[in-house]
Design a protein around this ligand. Structure first.
Ligand SMILES: NC(=O)c1ccc[n+]([C@@H]2O[C@H](COP(=O)([O-])OP(=O)(O)OC[C@H]3O[C@@H](n4cnc5c(N)ncnc54)[C@H](OP(=O)(O)O)[C@@H]3O)[C@@H](O)[C@H]2O)c1
Length: 283
């Protein structure tokens, strides 16, 4: 699945020009896909601002990036599970010419579960909406005005393939990611004529702490491999699975009637749920 913007023979030149900007901000930057975006953007010479909840992990990743890529870094400690963090983030971003915003932070379920049986349901609803939805809107509110002043900016919103089709037993997660996808597509249409690129990134499984996949494979790549491929699509696709094997998977799913896809996902997630409970019993 992908929505092409314009594929030209000067793809590489365009890509180089796109990232000739000063600062990139990445949320959820201490692990997985977010860390890989921060590293890859630093490798391309950008200063990076890392936003996450653990100061210790932020300092560790920040030092790693500074030493390896010789770029300036800054850390902002914020827990996106809360709503009252945005004045602090705004103060931390003051005076920076932000060219790239990666809205990456996200949370999913510990295991597939029926909505009413999700442990600590009320708390989980609040946290998931704050982390997966509010963070994307609020970070955009803080960063987009500066990008518009400079008529240049890239916002990469990490949604999920589970936001492309209703995903039973991950219903709340899937619905928050569908929000991110719609928000990104709408925003792209509103601001593309003003020099702003908004990309909806819809990965299938990537081997990270969240997916609990330790060993990368072709269809479940490492975050570094995934991000290198996904960054190659910026400026070319406003909506992308980001990585060729994932694009093929998206295409195959798109051929199925939605009800068939939902039934298949329900069956798969029921099996994953059963395996999870079996493992828990054995512990
Ligand atoms: N992995 C996949 O298969 C997959 C597939 C589709 C979409 N995605 C999406 O990709 C994004 C990144 O996922 P990932 O797999 O890379 O996750 P991950 O490995 O679990 O990393 C998540 C990052 O976000 C930070 N974080 C988590 N909760 C936070 C909070 N409340 N406040 C601030 N920072 C917080 C974590 O910091 P700590 O180190 O402090 O926890 C970590 O740096 C998410 O939006 C996810 O929904 C992932």
């Amino acid at each position: 699945m992908s929505t092409p913007i314009a594929v030209t023979s000067v793809k590489q030149l365009m890509q180089i020009c796109l990232f000739v900007v000063v600062v990139a901000v990445v949320t959820g930057a201490t692990d997985g896909i977010g860390k890989a975006y921060a590293q890859e953007l630093a490798r391309r010479g950008m200063k990076v601002v890392l936003v996450s909840r653990s100061k210790e992990k932020l300092d560790q990743v920040s030092t790693e990036i500074r030493e390896k890529y010789k770029v300036e870094t800054k850390v902002i400690v914020a827990d996106f599970g809360a709503r009252e963090i945005y004045n602090g983030i705004k103060a931390g971003l003051e005076g920076l010419e932000i060219g790239v915003l990666v809205n990456n932070v996200g949370m999913s379920y510990a295991y597939p579960e029926y909505f009413l049986d999700i442990p600590e349901l009320e708390k989980t609803i609040d946290k998931m909406v704050n982390i997966n939805i509010t963070s994307v809107c609020e970070m955009t509110r803080l960063v987009l005005p500066g990008m518009l002043e400079r008529s240049k900016g890239i916002i990469l919103n990490i949604a999920s393939a589970s936001g492309m089709c209703p995903t039973p037993l991950l219903t709340l997660y899937s619905a928050t990611k569908a929000f991110v996808d719609y928000f990104s597509q709408g925003l792209h249409a509103e601001y593309k004529s003003k020099g702003i690129i908004v990309q909806s990134v819809l990965p299938y499984y990537v081997a990270t702490k969240m997916s609990k996949i330790r060993k990368p494979t072709l269809d479940k790549p490492s975050p570094e491999r995934y991000v290198r491929a996904a960054l190659g699509t910026v400026g070319l696709q406003s909506r992308t699975n980001g990585y060729l094997p994932h694009a093929l998977m998206g295409w195959i799913v798109s051929l199925l009637p939605t009800s068939t896809a939902i039934n298949l996902i329900m069956k798969t997630n029921k099996q994953i749920r059963a395996r999870y409970f079996k493992k828990m019993k054995e512990k």
